[in-house]
Design a protein around this ligand. Structure first.
Ligand code: ATR
Length: 275
């Protein structure tokens, strides 16, 4: 019997995770069975328990269950603890469940390892203060950046996230509404808002990027996202979407389960070509 893994979400049909993990397994010469589970919105816990009772070894968790997964586990990594959300479930040898969150390390590795962004000394802006922003906070603050500013439409939520970040790191973290960004310059602007789902870009100043500054959209799509286009139109040296982050978060889950870190470049290229 191949070792069983799956991604659980609702909806789930669109998930690329089975394709990504099948590619990792093939590359590493491992035999795994990685499926999709349409989670019950009213009884997520029962779906998880059934999967592990039937011998499953690990689950990826996606929308809308990441917070429920956080509440369900027996123990959590520090980055998952602060994220308030879990995207990777690992069954421990004693049968207890451990929750981790690989989204933030996926973001940092895509920028630093795949694209060569230098976090050391960088002034970074995180747009958004919802689940996506909170999910990447700890790895972002551990990346070597000099200062993080969190800006959100609802400034109060940005302040809450900044307090959370300050509690888990010695890196300076500031917060504001979008109007507070006037006159500010950043080496990297990361979009973690969901504005792009409706083709919108947060109302940010046109001169937000420092010379040589980059933009990164945590969303991705077959066409350049609205925020990628904003970056291109406003002088970004690099304007990246979140496809690499998707593959990198999967690679970190694979490593947690299998003890091997797969190469990601060829998988990113395969998905890009399939778009
Ligand atoms: P997610 O899990 O995608 O982060 P969320 O927790 O609902 O979803 O958070 C959505 C984020 O996108 C929030 O930061 C939200 O801003 P508010 O906190 O003010 O609601 C932001 N957002 C959504 N639509 C937006 C828009 N059109 N312009 C700017 N920000 C937007």
């Amino acid at each position: 019997m191949p070792h069983r893994y799956a991604v659980i979400g609702n909806p789930i049909a669109h998930s690329q995770s089975p394709v990504i993990h099948a590619a990792f397994a093939e590359q590493c010469g491992e035999v795994i069975d990685y499926g999709r589970i349409l989670g019950d919105r009213h009884d997520f816990a029962a779906d998880v328990q059934r999967f592990f009772a039937q011998g499953g070894l690990g689950l990826n968790v996606t929308l809308p269950f990441k917070e429920q997964a956080w509440a369900l586990v027996d123990e959590r990594s520090e980055r998952a603890e602060v994220a308030g959300a879990v995207n990777t479930l690992i069954v421990l040898p004693d049968g207890r469940l451990r929750g981790d969150n690989t989204d933030g390390i996926g973001l940092v590795r895509d920028l630093a390892d795949n694209h060569g962004f230098t976090f050391a000394g960088a002034r970074v802006l995180l747009l958004g203060a919802g689940g996506a922003a909170r999910g990447v906070l700890v790895p972002l603050l551990g990346s070597g950046l000099r200062e993080l500013v969190i800006a959100n439409r609802t400034a109060e939520r940005a302040h809450t996230l900044a307090v959370l970040g300050s509690g888990s790191s010695t890196v300076p973290v500031a917060a504001c509404g979008f109007e507070g960004l006037i006159g500010e310059r950043f080496d990297l602007v990361i979009n973690a808002t969901s504005a792009g789902l409706s083709g919108a870009v947060p109302p940010i100043p046109a001169d937000l990027l420092a010379p040589g500054g980059w933009t990164y959209d945590m969303l991705y799509g077959a066409e350049p996202t609205a925020f990628c286009r904003w970056g291109q139109a406003h002088g970004a040296a690099r304007s990246l979407d979140g496809l690499g982050m998707l593959v990198e978060q999967a690679a970190e889950s694979f490593r947690l389960w299998r003890g091997v870190r797969p190469r990601t470049a060829e998988v990113i290229a395969m998905l890009r070509a399939a778009d």
